[in-house]
Design a binder for this molecule. Structure first.
Ligand SMILES: NC(=O)c1ccc[n+]([C@@H]2O[C@H](COP(=O)([O-])OP(=O)(O)OC[C@H]3O[C@@H](n4cnc5c(N)ncnc54)[C@H](OP(=O)(O)O)[C@@H]3O)[C@@H](O)[C@H]2O)c1
Length: 294
């Protein structure tokens, strides 16, 4: 099977670059080799690769910057995704794509399920929702995995790596305790996706036609950012390097940001677990493995 991975250098894409070769011949690309702001070139590229499976880990993920660059966010998260979904349908390929908890407004007091109404608060959330809708309208076989609070332990962009860095440079950390979500380790997310692909096996397309759709897929359970930060620091294998003395709960109002975020957006993974018979680990178990480098 020809497999096309888009966004190979991102948190999630980096994990897929390592695990997708087991399923076939992998073509893995990222910006600038492929530019999602140029949908015609993207279509042509997909046509040349002729994939049976497309994994799209590319996205415009700068949530605050998207407020100043709505056209670029729309081009990457919606217009390009529509092109990808249409090409995928034309080739009878399976499209695997990732969405976000930021499509919800966070006003639901309990955990979000896939049938809950989306009502994004930010440009990022709106453009990601438009991408989801474009895939659903294209008529092809797809899996949309709606995930949340994705982190990796390499790089320096995720909340986990930022907290570890702050704890080495500051004696006091102020972390908001009024945002609740489901933290998701990028490696676990890629591995869970790979288990679904493996279930499809040689008949991946038929499997996706029968079982494709929208699924929540995140670390199971919910935590606020303050408690998450405490868990990260407690599990830090380099604890001796920390100089932090106190972690103080704070309010989001103390850290004004251009983009509005849902205050409460934990995701239920029940549909995923029941459909595929795959157990999703709790967010803390994912974090333990991530911090232990497993
Ligand atoms: N991170 C989260 O907390 C989170 C939460 C919920 C859902 N998600 C979703 O999960 C998926 C993976 O997220 P992630 O955290 O792994 O993202 P990421 O680390 O930001 O990676 C995104 C990748 O897309 C590439 N990209 C950006 N602009 C592009 C363009 N014009 N053309 C082609 N590629 C471009 C980036 O390249 P450059 O680095 O060169 O820009 C990067 O390699 C995304 O769909 C995201 O929306 C993420």
């Amino acid at each position: 099977m020809q497999i096309l991975l888009l966004g190979k250098n991102g948190q999630l894409g980096g994990e897929f670059a390592r695990i997708l070769p087991q399923f076939g011949t992998l073509t893995a690309v990222d910006y600038p080799e492929i530019d999602f702001t140029k949908p015609d070139a993207l279509r042509q590229f997909v046509g040349e690769v002729q994939p049976g499976l497309i994994v799209n880990a590319a996205a415009y993920t700068l949530v605050d910057k998207a407020e100043e660059q709505p056209e670029i966010a729309e081009a990457i998260n919606a217009t390009a995704v529509r092109a990808l979904a249409e090409e995928s349908a034309r080739l009878n390929a399976v499209l695997v794509h990732y969405s976000t908890d930021f499509v919800y407004d966070g006003t639901k007091p309990t955990i979000y399920v896939e049938d809950d109404a989306a009502n994004p608060l930010s440009v990022y959330g709106k453009t990601k929702l438009a991408g989801d809708q474009a895939i659903m309208a294209a008529g092809g076989a797809y899996f949309i995995f709606r995930t949340s609070w994705v982190y990796s332990v390499g790089g320096d962009q995720s909340f986990v790596t930022k907290v570890l860095k702050w704890a080495r440079h500051h004696k006091t950390l102020r972390i908001v305790d009024d945002q609740t979500g489901s933290p998701t380790w990028s490696k676990a997310l890629a591995n869970l996706t790979a288990q679904v692909i493996a279930k499809g096996g040689d008949t991946c397309y038929n499997f996706a036609q029968d079982h494709g759709g929208l699924y929540h897929l995140s670390g199971k359970g919910a935590v606020n950012r303050y408690e998450w930060a405490r868990a990260i620091l407690a599990l830090d294998p380099g604890k001796a390097e920390q100089i932090v003395e106190e972690i103080v709960p704070a309010s989001s109002a103390e850290f004004p940001a251009p983009a509005r975020r849902p205050v409460h957006s934990p995701l239920s993974c029940e549909r995923f677990e029941k459909t595929f018979g795959i157990e999703v680990p709790p967010w803390r178990a994912m974090l333990e493995k991530a911090m232990a480098g497993k």
